[in-house]
Design a binder for this molecule. Structure first.
Ligand SMILES: Nc1nc2c(c(=O)[nH]1)N[C@H]1C(S)=C(S)[C@@H](COP(=O)(O)O)O[C@H]1N2
Ligand SMILES: [Mo]
Length: 206
């Protein structure tokens, strides 16, 4: 999670979820090393319980140029479950809903697993992945993402805690039953709604 100290006042700006403190700037927070991007080996895969039982993959050039993939801008705060919120992020990328349209899930699908480099994973309810503000971001504040913030592609799920926003995204797996991802296996909440302080699967929000 995050281990940085808040440096700014909690009084400026909008309302924060319970137990969160505002941090100035944009801390870097993740487990493990920053992966090296190798464009020739990179793909984004959608697989699992798809409606036609098939899988779909985009190479890096395809992902960048496919006219079937629309782009949106989403402005949102980023709430780390360890307690700091960085504010005012302007994300630009492909809406997750567009992937769901291009690769329809089977009727049985209830969740998706976001898979990142080095096996990091985060589970999401289908409705959270499908939310209008959920985006597969390539840019932040008008610039290409930096390596430590997820270049070339990261998931952003602004209405949930940061551990759902997988950096270095490589695949989306459709699931017909809930499964735990990296932090969910370690006791973090399967949904992770910051406004309900859903940090842990058992505890604070019970
Ligand atoms: N691949 C990967 N993505 C990750 C993580 C991680 O450890 N690995 N940590 C998550 C957590 S806990 C948070 S709070 C955010 C932090 O994003 P940032 O470093 O851009 O602020 O990244 C999330 N995405
Ligand atoms: Mo976090």
């Amino acid at each position: 999670m995050c281990d940085h100290r808040p440096t700014a006042s909690d009084r400026d700006g909008g309302e924060l979820p319970p137990g969160q403190r505002r941090v100035r700037g944009w801390p870097v927070s993740h487990y493990g090393p920053v992966p090296t991007f190798r464009p020739d080996r990179w793909d984004l895969r959608v697989y699992g319980a798809t409606a036609d039982a098939g899988a779909r993959a985009w190479s890096w050039p395809e992902f960048g140029s496919s006219p079937a993939l629309p782009r949106v801008t989403v402005v949102a705060d980023l709430h780390c479950a360890a307690g700091v919120t960085s504010t005012g992020h302007e994300w630009f990328g492909v809406p997750a809903a567009a992937l769901l349209e291009l690769v329809p899930p089977a009727a049985s699908v209830t969740h998706v697993m976001a898979w990142a480099e080095y096996g990091y994973s985060a589970t999401l309810r289908l409705e959270d992945f499908a939310a209008a503000t959920t985006v597969l971001a390539t840019h932040h504040g008008g610039e290409v993402l930096t390596a430590e913030h997820g270049f070339p592609l990261r998931l952003v799920v602004p209405h949930l805690y940061g551990y759902k926003s997988a950096k270095w995204l490589r695949a989306v797996e459709y699931l017909s039953e809930e499964r735990r991802g990296f932090w969910e296996e370690r006791g973090y909440h399967p949904v992770g709604d910051p406004w309900r302080a859903q940090r842990y699967a058992h505890g604070e929000d019970a």
